[in-house]
Design a protein around this ligand. Structure first.
Ligand SMILES: Cc1cc2nc3c(=O)[nH]c(=O)nc-3n(C[C@H](O)[C@H](O)[C@H](O)COP(=O)(O)O)c2cc1C
Length: 166
């Protein structure tokens, strides 16, 4: 084996997961940010976690509201998901700018993209400083799924987003 670094390792592990972190902005609308660094943590109780750069607007919103929905976006919105990963909600209304169709969920204030394969509705339990990121550890409240939507994955590190053909 040759010695590589961690960013290179994330290219070697492609395809990597793709999620949209859905948080609520002050005006009640949703901010969407693309995140690959997430994981299941526990089934009893149900918990997940994801890591986001300290500077992210999504982080600011979840630390403030303590609520977040993690979705697995469907293949129809692959291009939009890439765009959500290169712009910040701090200065862009991504849902409007990229024309992303949304849907509401029962007992949840945060709208999510219509094209979603999975939605995991969470309360923020705590967040931990991990280098240049925060790790957000969440309690899962509700989970929804739609098997007709095809999951997206990130290829070549994080530079391309597409579904996987079986
Ligand atoms: C495929 C892909 C995966 C990404 N994964 C992460 C991630 O795991 N953690 C992170 O902090 N940013 C990740 N990003 C970058 C964020 O989506 C980006 O910084 C975004 O602008 C943050 O938006 P916000 O400021 O509205 O929260 C990823 C981007 C792409 C395209």
């Amino acid at each position: 084996m040759e010695k590589i670094n961690l960013p290179m390792a994330s290219k070697y592990t492609s395809p990597n997961p793709v999620t949209l972190i859905c948080t609520q902005k002050g005006d009640g609308t949703t901010n969407l940010a693309t995140v690959s660094w997430w994981t299941y943590l526990s089934y009893n109780p149900c918990m997940i976690a994801y890591a986001m750069a300290k500077t992210s607007y999504s982080g600011e919103m979840v630390r403030q509201n303590k609520k977040v929905v993690l979705t697995i976006p469907g293949e129809e919105i692959a291009k939009e998901v890439l765009n959500c990963g290169s712009t910040s909600g701090r200065n862009t209304d991504k849902v409007k700018e990229f024309g992303i169709k949304m849907q509401s969920l029962a007992n949840c204030d945060i709208d999510i993209p219509l094209h979603s394969r999975v939605a995991i509705v969470c309360d923020l339990k705590e967040y931990v400083e991990v280098g240049d990121h925060y790790l957000y550890i969440c309690n899962v409240k509700d989970v929804y799924g739609d098997k007709n939507e095809k999951a997206l994955f990130a290829f070549n590190g994080y530079s391309q987003i597409k579904s996987i053909k079986e």
